[in-house]
Write a protein that binds this ligand. Structure first.
Ligand code: 9WN
Length: 443
């Protein structure tokens, strides 16, 4: 349906510049992360984008989530990409002819009218839906927004908790690095080393038409991404077998935060939220039980292949559970110390300090300040940590992080990611969630 676009008010503040990025990336029913690098709708991007968009147009924010959820599969999965049919096939790889959702995904209930990928991304959507509702409850109620999205969000969480508990310990596993969203994080190096890469000749990387090769994942990484995705597709997207399965702290923390949001949505709709809150608490206990590492002072990933052990790499993912209100206080306090300490270096203190929280351990062997998720600082993780610091009684650190996000987002033209030490822009500019989350932190 057509939606009148609300042009940003006159002026030249950050708010207006961020709103202009969101307007430029809006396609009519959703927002692309980047016109050049990512010209389709991405799942967790849309959730973050809706969180910012609600301040510009609550109607567009609701539509953003509705468009994504309309592409949900019958088994409950929300695909990580919803393809825009008017974008040429060679603009992004892997394209719809790689995923073949309508045929390979038929048994899993892929939609017939729209083409999607077959993997998922972190479940930020129920949290986004609740925040979008709160921005304009009158509009939301008049459109029956929550009543329409609630069953889809509930089915999404059911898919994750029922079909993706590969470890049997109550947590959700990702079956591809793209699912967790931090594509080339050093956490995947060991689990990916077991995967035979697809030959270079068998695919063409469209990302290198737009992004600098030294800021992007390597060809070897891509060979493995392609192999894993092709195997999943060739198995008709059935869950349970694949060679790669990892329990990740951020993915599970976002599920827990979204489960709390679903409890509130249920209550707003006149139902009980008690069972959902209890589930969120059980998931939190499982997260602590399976992924907390006291020696590292943070959460780690658990590799379910090979030796079934914790992956000894420090990723920002392991700090994200700070956003959970139900975290044991001593764990929250330790996470704050780790964020400030030598591995992440954010906040007051001696030594090398970062301008924004890096995606990976400053002291780690694989650290690279420019290569994508192997060091650069990202704005979505900063936004999540800002909430965490505020939730656990650290308003000064939260204010410092908020200030850094606002300054660097604006100074870099809303970059996709930045060098954590210098703040230099990397990747795309005019990036959707950078604009949206800066906008959210202005309010
Ligand atoms: C693969 C869209 C997405 C983000 C991910 C980010 C990147 C894609 C890519 O871009 O991944 O899904 O082609 O590199 O890693 O977090 O959702 O912005």
């Amino acid at each position: 349906h057509a939606i009148a676009y609300d042009p940003p008010a006159r002026g030249d503040g950050l708010h207006v510049r961020a709103a202009r990025v969101l307007a430029a990336n809006w396609t009519g029913n959703a927002t692309v992360p980047s016109r050049s690098l990512y010209p389709h709708q991405w799942s967790w991007d849309s959730a973050f984008i809706a969180i910012g968009l609600r301040h510009v147009s609550p109607l567009r924010a609701q539509t953003e989530l509705e468009t994504l959820l309309a592409a949900q599969w019958g088994d409950g999965r929300v695909p990580h990409i919803v393809f825009n049919p008017s974008v040429p096939l060679d603009a992004y790889f892997p394209s719809p002819d790689f995923w073949r959702s309508a045929t390979a995904g038929r048994t899993a209930g892929a939609p017939r009218t729209v083409q999607t990928s077959g993997i998922v991304q972190p479940p930020v959507h129920a949290l986004a839906a609740w925040l979008v509702h709160r921005a304009d409850p009158v509009l939301s109620r008049s459109r029956g927004f929550l009543a329409r999205v609630y069953p889809r969000l509930a089915a999404w969480h059911r898919y994750l908790t029922h079909r993706r508990d590969r470890g049997g310990g109550g947590l959700v596993s990702v079956v591809h690095p793209w699912e967790q969203g931090m594509d080339n994080s050093p956490c995947w190096d060991a689990p990916l080393a077991r995967i035979t890469p697809a030959p270079d000749r068998s695919f063409r990387r469209a990302d290198l038409d737009h992004g600098a090769a030294e800021d992007r994942p390597t060809d070897l990484d891509y060979g493995r991404y392609v192999r894993l995705a092709a195997d999943y597709r060739d198995g008709r997207y059935a869950d349970g077998e694949g060679e790669f399965a990892v329990e990740d702290p951020a993915f599970n923390a976002l599920l827990i935060a979204s489960e709390y949001a679903l409890a509130r949505i249920a209550e707003e709709l006149g139902a009980a939220g008690t069972a959902r809150r209890a589930r969120a608490q059980r998931l939190t206990a499982a997260l602590v039980e399976r992924l907390w590492d006291p020696a590292a002072g943070m959460f780690l990933c658990r590799d379910l292949g090979g030796g079934q052990g914790l992956v000894r790499e420090r990723s920002v993912s392991g700090l994200i559970p700070l956003m959970l209100p139900g975290l044991p206080p001593e764990i929250a306090a330790t996470l704050v110390r780790t964020l400030r300490g030598p591995h992440f270096g954010f906040g007051p203190g001696p030594g090398d300090r970062t301008r924004l929280v890096p995606s990976y351990d400053l002291l780690g062997e694989a650290f690279d300040p420019h290569r994508y998720w192997r060091g650069p600082a990202w704005f979505n993780t900063a936004w999540l940590l800002e909430r965490g610091l505020r939730a656990h009684g650290e308003p000064q650190s939260a204010d410092a992080l908020r200030g850094a996000v606002l300054h660097l987002a604006d100074a870099t033209g809303f970059a996709e990611y930045v060098d954590p030490y210098t703040g230099e822009a990397c990747g795309a500019t005019g990036f959707g969630w950078t604009a949206a989350l800066a906008l959210d932190l202005c309010h």
